[in-house]
Design a protein around this ligand. Structure first.
Ligand code: ADP
Ligand code: ASP
Ligand code: MG
Length: 247
């Protein structure tokens, strides 16, 4: 069956009601006949809370322990999302990065993805599972340690899964209507774009528009993954990030 990746950022899963709202968007896609890989972030504020716990214990810390701690927010949302989907009658289960496994290098705190194994998840899809809920932002090193991909890294998890599973699209659900010419929370003069090229998006992201992690845009460009940024709280069209010639 064709596959779709849907990623929900922190504000889209900040409480149980919002997780239900996100799950209902997943339900619509499952009903269309798609197998869905859902990538979740930690609940809004949770990663910051975990980072400050690390800092309260030591300012010069072991980065491997930092990753062991801050990767936990995503584990909770992945489990809650899987349970919510099950309550809706959807065959779903959660996966932590190490279970997939999603392998990274050992640059703790800002690790790069090396490989995503598709075998176990695909076996479950063949068995009838309709949704794999994957904890974003985290992976496993060849030394067997947990790693994280840098702040905002769930976007990169989502694009990497879309590339590895040859998904038809990667939908990034967030708290604004799409990509704007500037941060819509800073200026009301910002205009929403219907489409933007990978190159232009890369420029926006590297100038600090945190709506997409820069590495996620690089990956999408490299593997030609159509990327859509949408609002979790509306049914608006969103913004497609794609090749220049499709604009
Ligand atoms: P999530 O938690 O869903 O990953 P983020 O907070 O990481 O969401 O990114 C979404 C935020 O990015 C928006 O709330 C917005 O303030 C900000 N942002 C910055 N620049 C832009 C832009 N050019 N277009 C849209 N949003 C932008
Ligand atoms: N939870 C992580 C962060 O806050 C990753 C993400 O949300 O993309 O940076
Ligand atoms: Mg983000």
């Amino acid at each position: 069956m064709p596959k779709l990746v849907m990623k929900f950022g922190g504000t889209s899963v900040s409480d149980v009601e919002r997780i239900k709202n996100a799950a209902s968007k997943v339900y619509v896609e499952v009903e269309k006949g798609l197998d869905v890989i859902v990538i979740v972030s930690a609940m809004a504020g949770e990663t910051n809370r975990l980072v400050s716990l690390v800092n309260s214990v030591s300012s010069l810390y072991d980065a491997r322990e930092y990753d062991a701690i801050v990767s936990n927010g995503e584990n909770v949302t992945a489990g809650l999302m899987a349970l919510t989907l099950q309550n809706m009658g959807v065959s779903a289960r959660s996966w932590q990065g190490w279970q997939v496994p999603l392998m990274t290098n050992s640059a703790h705190g800002a690790a790069r993805i090396l490989e995503i194994s598709t075998q176990k998840i695909n076996e479950k899809f063949l068995d009838g599972m309709r949704v794999a809920v994957v904890a974003g932002f985290q992976g496993l090193t060849s030394e067997g340690r947990l790693s994280t991909l840098g702040r905002g890294g769930s976007d990169t998890t989502a694009v990497a899964f879309a590339a590895a599973f040859e998904a038809q699209q990667c939908d990034i659900y967030t708290d604004v209507d799409g990509i704007f010419t500037a941060d819509p929370r800073i200026t009301n003069k910002a205009k929403k774009l219907n489409k933007i090229s990978y190159e232009e998006m890369l420029e926006l992201a590297s100038l600090g528009a945190k709506v997409l992690q820069t590495r996620s845009v690089e990956l999408a460009m490299r593997y030609n993954v159509p990327l859509k940024v949408l609002n979790s709280f509306s049914d608006n069209e969103g913004t497609l990030v794609c090749q220049e010639e499709n604009i």
